[in-house]
Design a protein around this ligand. Structure first.
Ligand code: WQD
Length: 340
């Protein structure tokens, strides 16, 4: 299948492009590189031996997107493009709503006009807000999001659900990611946040490589075994394979369905920091700090539906997550920007 990856040069998109090629598909990347690097696409080529067709395009530019679809002959779209920093979304909410929702409306419009009926959407466990019961199933209550970023994912899920009701030909799978971490085993592609990392794993790896002095653990008084926050970390390669597994389902069904992509296992912040240090033999000094506003005690998935519907379940565990993160970081201390 010819699969359009909007935001395909990003962290999840680039790993998904590799797994699509491995599965015999043809990914086409559309990206404006506002939060990614063309170098990532070069590296996809080095990993797979395939030159991926790319288009530098803003997904909010309706004219450019329509032209892309007129020439693209896509069989499916995977919609990664979007602003995704939780903290930043609180300070610039209008840009988040404008960018994330407009780009989706433009995409849905172009898909309808050009007869493309298969959509996989990069959603997030953030749509569950503060869980009242764990593990989270796809039928757990959604809404009550704690930041504008989460609300954009929640609203976009609703937009796609309504579009699927109006257009019986549309098939949509809403993949709710838990916490993506890790990198391709080659160490050629990985997570490359700009500025100070918001997320835990890139911060840990930047401490380990000497870019940060120590990790601040935000809160050790949560209702968890060691008092630090618990999350369902999932290896990005497993996550990428979840998208490949969703394609045949999407192509053989109509309507809209949400699917959790998580491991079903939660680890605490302290466990992650100590595991990373032990598995890689590198110090990860940490200090306890006050809670971060908006954080929740614990969050982890019930991954049953993905196994039963998509025939997918996570294969990689904590040691691979830590080992592959470190392999990427130590070979790319400045991320892609350090590439010669
Ligand atoms: C994990 C844990 C922090 C940094 C967010 C988004 C979610 C998804 C993943 C996109 C928490 C603690 C973190 C640090 C810390 N992104 N932490 N010190 O907040 O669970 O989820 O990223 O889809 O949508 O909401 O991930 O990695 O920021 O935090 O103690 O320097 O690590 O308090 O307990 P989070 P995270």
């Amino acid at each position: 299948m010819r699969v359009l990856l909007t935001g395909g040069a990003g962290y999840i998109g680039s790993h998904t492009a590799v797994e699509l090629i491995n599965a015999g598909h043809t990914p086409i990347i559309a990206d404006n590189y506002s939060n990614s690097c063309p170098e990532a696409v070069e590296r996809i080529g080095r990993i797979t031996g395939c030159n991926v067709e790319t288009h530098t395009i803003d997904m909010c530019d309706a004219e450019a997107v329509d032209k892309l679809f007129a020439e693209g002959h896509f069989d499916a779209c995977i919609h990664f493009a979007g602003l995704k920093a939780v903290g930043e979304s609180v300070s610039i909410p209008i840009q988040y709503y404008r960018n994330n929702i407009d780009s989706t409306l433009v995409l849905l419009d172009a898909m309808q006009r050009h007869g493309v009926c298969n959509l996989i959407f990069s959603s997030s466990a953030t749509v569950y807000g503060t869980p009242d019961k764990l593990p989270l199933t796809e039928d757990s209550p959604t809404g009550g999001c704690t930041n504008p970023y989460g609300w954009t994912k929640y609203m976009i899920e609703q937009i796609i659900r309504d579009a699927a009701v109006a257009n019986p030909e549309l098939s949509a799978v809403l993949l709710r990611y838990f916490n993506p971490v890790g990198a391709h085993a080659s160490g050629l592609i990985g997570e490359d946040p700009s500025g100070i990392p918001n997320n835990l794993m890139p911060f840990i790896s930047q401490v380990a490589v000497g870019r940060r002095h120590h990790l601040s653990i935000f809160g050790n008084d949560y209702n968890t075994p060691d008092g630090t926050g618990v999350r369902d970390y999932i290896h990005v390669v497993d996550l990428a394979k979840g998208h490949v597994a969703a394609l045949p389902y999407c192509d053989s069904h109509k309507g809209c369905i949400a699917v959790n992509l998580g491991t079903g296992t939660g680890y605490s912040v302290k466990q992650m920091a100590e595991a990373f240090a032990e598995i890689n033999g590198v110090p990860v000094p940490y200090e306890y700090a006050p809670r971060r506003p908006g954080d929740i005690d614990a969050c982890y998935a019930d991954p049953t539906r993905a196994r039963e519907l998509l025939g997918w379940e996570a294969q990689l565990g904590l040691s691979e997550m830590c080992r592959d993160t470190w392999n990427w970081q130590k070979n790319n201390p400045q991320g892609y920007k350090g590439a010669d």
